[in-house]
Design a protein around this ligand. Structure first.
Ligand SMILES: [Zn+2]
Length: 293
């Protein structure tokens, strides 16, 4: 295990422990979430060393890397995924309608696959070799491993996206410096992350599924994400809610709490969380942020 002694955002060494919780999703191992007393950033600390992190993703249940379609829950998930993909493409094309788009952590390529290859040069980076293979076979996307980010030979993009990826990146400052060098001057950086101050996060506490320790190393709020990005010269230009995430996260959280009727509970509570966020009394489960430099 590796223990962070300095906040990766502001370098402060003074932390408060917020939660002792488990990897409810997979290994059932215990972890701790701490919060920086200066900037408020929340992070998993200590965390597995970089070389050991891969082992925490080796489960058939990690839906972001699989296209299984068996249970009712999986079917619902895939219906919503399709809706979200369309929504995300439209959102991007409000800013740019052609050029180069880079998706970091592209998984099986479903997002990049939405973009017309006559107008867009589509580049995906993905650590999982099986996912890269699916991206190639399903969408004709030649996804590359993360190392290949160093071999772009000066290629710069109009759009760089990270969909629920930034919270997984251990060398986050180094990654953001790299990303800045890959973005055109008028380019946009689109980051979606779970919001650790959302209604559902507050309600479920340590059972909130989007803590997802130790795969999620950082647990952002709008404030802490903005602070980190601003340190790297990015300004927030827009933010959008991801309205279905409250249902999906509530469903998993109800399972971790071992409550009865998790599907029914998550439908009722997901609606309630989104309604509360919509009426401006708080934050959605996950948000999409658009930054410019
Ligand atoms: Zn800090």
């Amino acid at each position: 295990m590796e223990e962070l002694k300095h906040c990766i955002n502001c370098d402060c060494q003074d932390f408060t422990t917020l939660y002792s919780l488990k990897d409810y999703f997979f290994t059932q191992e215990n972890f701790t979430i701490q919060q920086c007393n200066r900037c408020g950033l929340r992070f998993t600390n200590p965390r597995p060393e970089e070389k050991d992190l891969g082992a925490y993703y080796k489960t058939e249940n990690y839906l972001s890397h699989s296209d299984r379609n068996k249970t009712l829950f999986d079917k619902m998930y895939h219906f919503i995924k399709k809706y979200n993909l369309d929504h995300k493409r439209k959102l991007i094309e409000k800013f740019h309608t052609s050029g180069t788009i880079i998706d970091i952590g592209c998984g099986t390529g479903a997002f990049l696959g939405q973009f017309d290859k006559k107008r867009w040069s589509r580049i995906g980076f993905e650590p999982d070799a099986d996912a890269r293979e699916i991206a190639k076979n399903s969408y004709g996307i030649e996804a590359r491993d993360l190392q290949a980010m160093n071999n772009l030979n000066g290629t710069k993009a109009e759009v760089i996206t990270m969909w629920h990826v930034l919270e997984h990146v251990s060398l986050i400052n180094e990654q953001l410096i790299k990303i800045k060098s890959m973005l055109k001057q008028d380019g946009i950086l689109v980051i979606a992350v779970p919001m650790s101050n959302s209604h559902d996060a507050n309600y479920y506490g340590k059972y909130w599924a989007a803590y997802d320790v130790p795969r999620h190393l950082y647990h952002f709020t709008k404030d802490t994400l903005q602070q980190l990005l601003s340190k790297h010269g990015f300004n927030l230009v827009e933010n959008y809610p991801m309205v279905f995430d409250a249902f999906y996260i509530s469903m998993l959280s109800e399972k971790y709490k071992k409550s009865s009727l998790p599907l029914v509970q998550s439908l009722i509570k997901g609606l309630r969380f989104d309604f509360a966020a919509k009426t401006k009394k708080g934050t959605y489960s996950s948000m999409i942020f658009v930054f410019r430099q």
